[in-house]
Design a protein around this ligand. Sequence first.
Ligand SMILES: [Zn+2]
Length: 657
Amino acid sequence: MKKLLCAAVIAAASAAPSFAAPAANTGPDGVPTIANASPDGARGVGAPAPTRHGGPAGLNSALTPEEEARAFLSAYSASYQGVYAVSQDVSWAASTDVTPEHDGGRIAANKALAAVTGSRYVIETARRLLARKAELSPLTARQLEKVWLDAAENPATIPDVVAKRVEAESRQSSVMDSFQFCLEKKPEGACAKPVTANEMDDILVSSRDLSLRLKTWNASKEIGPALKPGLARLQGLRNAAAREFGYSSYYDLQAADLGMNTKELAELLDGFINDIQPLYEQLHCWTKYELAKRYNQPVPKLIPAHWIGNRWAQEWPGIVDGVDLNPLFKDRKPEWIIRQAEDFWVSMGFAKLPEAFWKKSDLYPVPSDGKRNKNTHASAWHIDLDQDVRSLMSVEPDAQWWGTAHHELGHIFYFQAYARPQVPVLLRRGGNRAWHEGIAELGALAAMQAPYLEKRGVLPEGRKIDQNRWLLNEALEQTIAFMPWAAGTVSAWERDLYDGDLPPEKWNARWWELAAKYQGIAPPPAAGGERPAPSGTASPGSPRGEEYCDGCTKTHVNDNPAYYYNYALATVMKYQLHTHICRNILKVDPHACTYYGSRAVGDFLRGLMSAGATRDWRELWKEKLGEDLSTKPMMDYFGPLLDYLKKENKGRSCGWR
Ligand SMILES: [Zn+2]
């Protein structure tokens, strides 16, 4: 199943018309009223924060920091929630009916939101109050920290940088949206055979013609040089905003959401990679022998990138035969799939989806009558951070949508779990940015368990499943092949870009160095030839020079930077949650485990979900699972696969270093 990046979840992590200082007087109930004027004489955020009461914001100096913070948060939250809801509603319109007008509306609404979250008044107040964190309640401090992190994305204290960044990001998006991929060119350079991203993906998953694969892979990388100058500008602009706030880089700012700095995050990710290494090496070895046979080529040390069924080798689909579940769904209606996914969550004691969800969501493919275009990327939306929840899907009766429906509704039930009065609006988000995907992915993992498929009448009872093939496919398409990419190549490259200020003339060499190190993947031969890249290392001597920018071709490197490692965390989380649920609550084997109908599983999940971001994620995790975040449950889950692959690979020359 494809990894789906959910627009609303990302938006929830960033944050609401210009939010200015309260007037010097307070309202009748002692809560400051909001006036329109900005405070005069505001300082840059780099200046030391005053620690005396009141300060330039002019709040009542008789208030304690906690009282002042509560008054500030109450006014900020109301403003934030209102503008956030408008921006989400406008974005929803733009995603369900793609027109230039709707796009323009989205940009304007996002600017309005940025004006609230990044205002000079907000920055100064948060800074001053956080300097007295010891005098604040934990819940108040946590809210102020979110205000601070959101402000760092668009600080009004450096309006020049913010304006240039907004412009550079929107230019980058239009390059991505309008780029014409081309499979064949005419001699004078015009395109003879245009190709879409979906068509390229289909070729890479299914074609066995190596020269067509190479042509397709090369075509997919042509967007890199078009995106490189923009990303080089954004590298500086994003860093400038983060450094204004005292972070070492933009990457460091993003790591702060996890309560970590760059170095701590790097150690966590490297730890994941070390843990999975024994299994990944076996998987890599099995795959290169399998593909060398398929393409009738000598077995290489590093796998050439165009052999893999994904443009970045981040997932390895299409290699295992006999695991196609699509025929089991072909007579089902799309409505049936979504109702089953709702029933999955409701059976565990979650409240049914509100009527408004069914009215306002956009769940099925649009007729191809040309009346409207919608975004085909599945997503879940928490429009007003309260009861307005929606999903955008294009459900069709197949196995991928079965999993995706369970995934997207996981986000929706998560929204509903924390949209309650006890959770302040600013903390109505996941325990950290990875948690939302972790919970949603857990739904997708549970949806594919054989006993659950049997119970829902999808899998004929008694039909045998070849567990090794299933596990192998799960490891290739979703999990084990994915980890060195998500925790390794792309995360390390972005870390070097932002935290290491890597100059653009070294970007491509570094990209392939990292792909070789973490994934054992090399660039394809430069032209024509079908033999894999010559030696164990892709660089130096890489045929992919700096005229390319292969890292730039990954969409979210441009529009959602320093985010990908959250999927690695989510992957580790889901197996640990799944194992805990199966072994400790349901007392069954995690390979054949259904949550359906278990209130106890529902209670456990609600304990994690209903907290939103009110708690430190590591503390809450340990409290509910009795252990720290760990890859061990994931490795145990794939234990039978490791044994199987070791047998398959016996006598083969494995490893690539
Ligand atoms: Zn998702």
